[in-house]
Ligand binder design. Structure first.
Ligand code: SF4
Length: 342
């Protein structure tokens, strides 16, 4: 296995790719010593392909709960009694105020997030106006996570100042129907296709630990390969009370960090961020292992409906893991807010 890992590492470092079967062989690693070799190799790939890039961002949950979809992991679905805060779409003024607070705190990027798979026409017009105002009245880089959009809507948002769009594919095509019945995998991918065609930067990742198999996770990594990802957030299920997955058994942390390392072999240039559920599932020890084994950033400051570690603790962990420019590798969230963005 040692020679195999080395061979793949050398290939990726030279600009080559690994195959599905090779990724599955890596996924079959059970011995901790071999897992550590895999993580070391993934870290070498980070060092080669992920030079420091400024990436300090904040987020506002501009519409909470009230979603008619049935994603089994999500506490914002109105089909589940989860007790999360609910409110309709915020006004442009309310979002602008939050953006200006972020700007005053030296944050460079600001992401507008809404619950729900699609926005109604009036909601979309309101969001468009919000982006126009943010463009005119701040110097922030503007990102969005607004569910499925048409190509026309993406073009309008881009014209209004949208730079990057978060749209998580969540898991493999094969596993998707096990967690969602109200929309299809291809609908999710359709939005990613529109983003790609229109030159909008793509942030897309997903969630481990929903009951999927190893093969599902590797299939998922290869589905994401169709897109030029700037950012690949990895959530690990934090089972929320009231959701269908509330009783899901926790994922083995070694399996999680090993898989993140394999994702690095498959996505050598993406900003792979540990996101929701990392504190619960990985603890400090395995988070740091992941940051020394393929991941190169954190979503910090809490998630849409759950809290995270204090930001300073996360910065210290990043620095301890060897990221000297820790302040620039995070993605901070306004603490208003699911475990994962829609
Ligand atoms: S993930 Fe998005 S679409 Fe699915 S239930 Fe949650 S808010 Fe709705």
């Amino acid at each position: 296995m040692k020679a195999f890992i080395r061979e793949l590492q050398d290939r990726v470092l030279a600009g080559g790719e690994i195959s599905f079967d090779e990724a599955m062989r890596l996924a079959s690693i059970e011995k901790r010593e071999e897992g550590d070799l895999l993580l070391d190799a993934a870290h070498e790939i980070v060092k080669r392909f992920r030079p420091s890039q400024p990436d300090l961002c904040s987020l506002i949950n501009a519409k909470s709960y009230l979603c008619s979809e049935d994603c089994g992991f999500c506490s914002q679905s109105s089909r589940f009694k989860t007790g999360v805060k609910k409110y309709p779409l915020l006004s442009p003024d309310e979002v602008l105020q939050a953006a200006k607070r972020s700007e005053a705190n030296n944050i460079q990027s600001f992401c507008v997030v809404t619950s729900g798979e699609t926005l109604s026409d009036p909601e979309f017009e309101r969001v468009l106006e919000t982006f126009r105002r943010l463009s005119a009245e701040t110097n922030l880089r503007l990102d969005g996570s607004l569910g499925n959009l048409t190509a026309e809507q993406i073009r309008k948002l881009k014209k209004a100042g949208l730079r990057r769009f978060n749209h998580n594919l969540q898991c493999s095509r094969e596993f998707y129907p096990s967690i969602v019945s109200t929309h299809t995998y291809d609908e999710r991918k359709g939005t990613l296709d529109f983003l790609k065609e229109n030159g909008v930067e793509i942030c897309s990742g997903g969630i481990f630990g929903m009951g999927e198999t190893r093969e599902d996770r590797i299939n998922f990594a290869f589905e994401l390969k169709e897109y030029p990802l700037h950012c690949l957030p990895i959530n690990i299920l934090n089972p929320r009370p009231g959701t269908p997955l509330e009783g899901q058994a926790p994922m083995d942390p070694f399996e999680a960090v090993k898989t993140i390392a394999i994702f690095r072999f498959i996505h050598p240039k993406a900003n792979i961020k540990l996101a929701g559920g990392r504190e619960l599932n990985l603890g400090a020890y395995f988070q740091e292992k992941a940051l020394r084994g393929g991941a190169d950033g954190l979503v910090v400051g809490g998630y849409l409906t759950t809290d995270g570690n204090p930001v300073e603790e996360d910065r210290a962990m990043l620095e301890h893991a060897g990221f000297a420019d820790a302040g620039k590798r995070n993605c901070c969230m306004e603490p208003t807010a699911t475990q994962t963005t829609p």
